[in-house]
Write a protein that binds this ligand. Structure first.
Ligand code: GAL
Length: 820
């Protein structure tokens, strides 16, 4: 966010797209920059691309071969056929970015007998047919035409990529204008010199090569985050050119602003910088600055202003401010740049933990990768928000972006919804390239109030060595220069007393929560927290281990040897104020790294508190109970459909936070027990079909209830759309449940559900089953233990969207979303 256009306005701009003849596909539409008079700076989101999987032409004409291997012979000429304006891409698929091509690929079981090790490349990436064994699926090409007119000549024009997986080559009209290796770091490319300004199409082409991965988890492939085209006058505020810091004082908040102004033109220029701070209630003007800039000069203007009675950014009220910067020349506005920030203070105290705005806040966190059912890493903004909302509802207040810089859209959601964030560098190295990636992350993310820590790395082999210490000391120096306001951290799994542990400000413990106490005694001056904690593995809605089927019971009992249950780590962390909190591995199940079953067809991990669709597993309610203790809750498990088990004992658990819980079966009390703090209750109940009920009491009064009833057979489907999150968004998350004739979710149902939408497009489906190899990019999916999900893209639909879900034999469901 840096130029004040809302998403709707950006879409409005691209809706101006004109039909242009040329060699692009017959119905190609150049995305046209809005008229220069509309505003001094223009930004357009490039959503519409043509996509080709594999080599673009035949291999001989593809990149690196060219005609007679002339790719690098002459700039802009025969670099790669598909990068030229003349290339006919009419046969390529039309896609909308964010786009992950890997999620649409088939699954590929290993050829050799499976090993135990989930570091196996195929298993690690979720058994998708991508990587070294699948060269044709590992390269992807994107093209989009953009049009500029004579009025744009002389302006500084660039492309901003928030993240492309991976090894991206950006071409404009056949010229190689940029190469970017990282699959996670943002980058930008100046392109004005390569454009034709006659209003006709210019070819922007991106070649991605996802043969090599960076992670041991599913990473997706392609342009999976936003791309913007930006144009500004020669004198302008460059991308990421502002930094706002706030300092709380007794008389208000002192706001420091650093603003870069660049003269990218070839003549001297003068301008006036006019700035103000726009708040939720009041605006505050800063003094004007008159500038004279030589050609190519970049000047940094530092200002300070006191905001009296500031509205703090907090978890409950995430108030946001905007630094509005305008440049004027001879009375004419030449630039307009908006920087969103929050007024808040953060502090890590070695004895008392984390503080936000002077108040202690335990970090109730989860670690997450960046994929979701159906869409992989190509996550619509609305889905980012929905995922944050699911975790907030559980009581979580912090997110660790493991193990890479997050999408800007996710940071914006965290800013707006009140979720703290740890941003993590991908490559833990002080090489020039890694330093540049770190710098790009920090400069992009340092104005986001949600960001509280810069994580330099995770479990690197050099973590406990002198060499590791030297590398990370260099990275830390770099962080201090770019952002002196936030501490550094590192997630270590051993050797905390040495190496990196002696360098970073706040030390992360991956697992081993029971070792933190002794460490704290040895190093009482260093703040500590659990950078990866817990790690119960569970299959949603299953209650008996079945290793042959790769199924894990969803009681809080199963975990790999290096990890613990939810209850084990939280009972340690909750009671020790010096532990700033912890980040459960993980919030959501993620594709790849299938654990504990590394063999096909396990395509995702089972660590999540929620499954890959964001449907809660039972542990969700353990955390919900103890992370929101002010809201009475009881939750019962398992479900109560056990035909054939009549009279046999069933292990019944109640999660919850009321003082006492009573269990009743078919109206008969099975006893009332006090709920131990941060724990759960258990009964062994001889199974009889009917109604199992938990009643939670506070001070002797009923405060919460939960019921499991033996249901009838599947009878109908129900459909639910989260309208709160959908409002104003480009996507809707549709959850379908299979219910019996009395509207109760059938907890074992696996009916095939078909989704259809009139006015939108179903872009992916899922059901949270870690062992399902049904296609993701489809409009039908089997329910898994009662539930399935579809992601609907509504794009520019302005009218109502009609959605239906049907099955062969059950009553179907319909839903109309009136206006978004
Ligand atoms: C950690 C690692 C994570 C994930 C996890 C699985 O060691 O940092 O990325 O692999 O183990 O338990």
């Amino acid at each position: 966010m840096d130029d004040g256009l809302t998403r709707r306005e950006m879409i409005g701009a691209s809706a101006l797209a004109a039909c242009l003849a040329g060699s692009f596909g017959v119905d190609a539409q150049a995305q046209v920059l809005p008229s220069p008079d509309a505003s001094a700076r223009r930004r357009m989101r490039l959503e519409h691309w043509r996509f080709h999987l594999g080599h673009a032409a035949d291999v001989e004409k593809d990149f690196g071969f060219g005609r007679d291997q002339r790719t690098f012979a002459k700039a802009g000429w025969e670099t790669a056929d598909a990068s030229s304006l003349k290339f006919d891409d009419s046969g390529w698929a039309e896609v909308i970015v964010p786009h992950d091509w890997a999620v649409a690929l088939p699954f590929a079981p290993p050829k050799a007998p499976p090993g135990k090790d989930n570091n196996d490349a195929r298993a690690a990436h979720g058994f998708k047919a991508i990587g070294r064994d699948f060269p044709a699926n590992s390269v992807g090409w994107y093209r989009t035409p953009i049009a500029v007119t004579a009025a744009d000549k002389g302006r500084c024009i660039w492309l901003e990529f928030d993240g492309v997986f991976r090894d991206a080559i950006v071409f404009v009209n056949g010229y190689i204008v940029h190469r970017n290796a990282s699959g996670y770091a943002p980058f930008s490319v100046r392109i004005d010199e390569f454009l034709d300004y006659d209003g006709g199409p210019n070819a922007v082409t991106v070649r991605c090569d996802a043969t090599l991965g960076e992670g041991w988890f599913y990473e997706g492939a392609g342009i999976y985050r936003h791309v913007d085209l930006v144009a500004a006058e020669p004198v302008h505020i460059p991308q990421l050119g502002t930094f706002v810091r706030t300092e709380l004082r007794s008389d208000g908040a002192l706001v420091h602003t650093s603003t870069e102004v660049l003269n990218s033109g070839s003549t001297p220029a003068s301008a006036v910088l006019r700035q103000s701070i726009l708040g939720p209630r009041t605006n505050t003007a800063l003094p004007d600055t008159t500038l004279k800039l030589a050609p190519g000069e970049r000047r940094v203007i530092e200002q300070e202003v006191l905001v009296k009675t500031p509205q703090f950014w907090s978890l409950e009220e995430p108030n946001l401010y905007t630094l509005h910067s305008q440049l004027e020349s001879g009375g004419t506005p030449i630039d307009d740049f908006q920087t969103r920030f929050g007024i808040r203070s953060i502090k890590f105290d070695a004895e008392r933990g984390f503080f936000l705005n002077g108040k202690p806040v335990k970090l109730l966190g989860t670690c997450n990768h960046q994929d979701h059912a159906g869409v992989g890493t190509g996550i619509p903004d609305t889905l980012h928000r929905w995922r944050v909302a699911q975790l907030k509802e559980m009581g979580s207040n912090a997110w660790r972006s493991a193990h890479n810089p997050p999408a800007t859209a996710l940071l914006e959601a965290c800013d707006e919804m009140g979720m703290l964030m740890i941003c993590e560098q991908r490559i833990n190295s002080s090489s020039d390239e890694a330093l540049s990636e770190l710098e790009r992350m920090i400069r992009r993310d340092r104005n986001h109030p949600c960001v509280i820590l810069w994580s330099l790395g995770n479990e690197e082999p050099h973590q406990a060595t002198d060499r590791g210490a030297r590398i990370n000391a260099e990275l830390q120096e770099h962080v201090r220069r770019l952002d002196p306001t936030r501490p550094t951290t590192f997630a270590m799994d051993k050797g905390w007393d040495t190496g990196v542990g002696r360098v970073v400000d706040v030390l992360g413990f991956n697992y081993r929560t029971n070792q933190i106490e002794a460490y704290h005694a040895r190093h009482p001056e260093q703040p500590v927290y659990g950078s990866e904690t817990g790690s119960t593995v569970a299959t949603r809605g299953e209650y008996a281990n079945d290793p042959k089927r790769h199924i894990l019971r969803a009681y809080d009992t199963e975990h790999p040897w290096w990890a613990t249950t939810a209850e084990e780590w939280w009972t340690i962390a909750a009671e020790r104020p010096y532990i700033s909190g912890g980040f459960v591995w993980t919030g959501f199940d993620y594709r790849g790294e299938p654990t504990p079953f590394a063999q096909f067809p396990s395509i995702s991990s089972q660590f999540g508190i929620l499954d890959t669709c964001g449907f809660p597993k039972d542990d969700y309610y353990y955390y919900r109970a103890w992370w929101r203790p002010d809201r009475p809750l009881v939750h019962l498990l398992p479900h109560w459909n056990w035909p054939g088990h009549e009279g046999k004992p069933v292990e019944v658990w109640a999660q919850g936070n009321t003082e006492e819980v009573e269990l009743r079966l078919n109206g008969r009390s099975l006893g009332r027990k006090p709920m131990p703090r941060n724990r759960h209750l258990e009964w062994r109940v001889p199974y009889a079909p009917g109604r199992l009920e938990a009643i939670g009491y506070n001070r002797g009064r009923v405060a919460a209830r939960d019921v499991r009833e033996t249901t009838g057979a599947p009878h109908a489907v129900q459909l639910l759309a989260d309208r709160r999150i959908a409002r104003g968004g480009e996507a809707v998350i549709l959850n379908a449940a299979v219910v019996d004739s009395r509207g109760r979710v059938v907890p074992t149902a696996s009916n095939l559900l078909r989704f259809a939408a009139n006015g939108g497009e179903i872009i992916g489906v899922g059901n949270g089953n870690p062992n399902s190899i049904e296609p993701d990019v489809a409009s039908q999916r089997r329910a898994f233990n009662g539930f399935a999900q579809a992601i609907l893209r509504v794009g520019r639909a302005s009218g109502p969207v009609d959605i239906s879900v049907s099955t062969q034999s059950l009553a179907s469901a319909r839903l109309r979303i009136a206006a978004l």
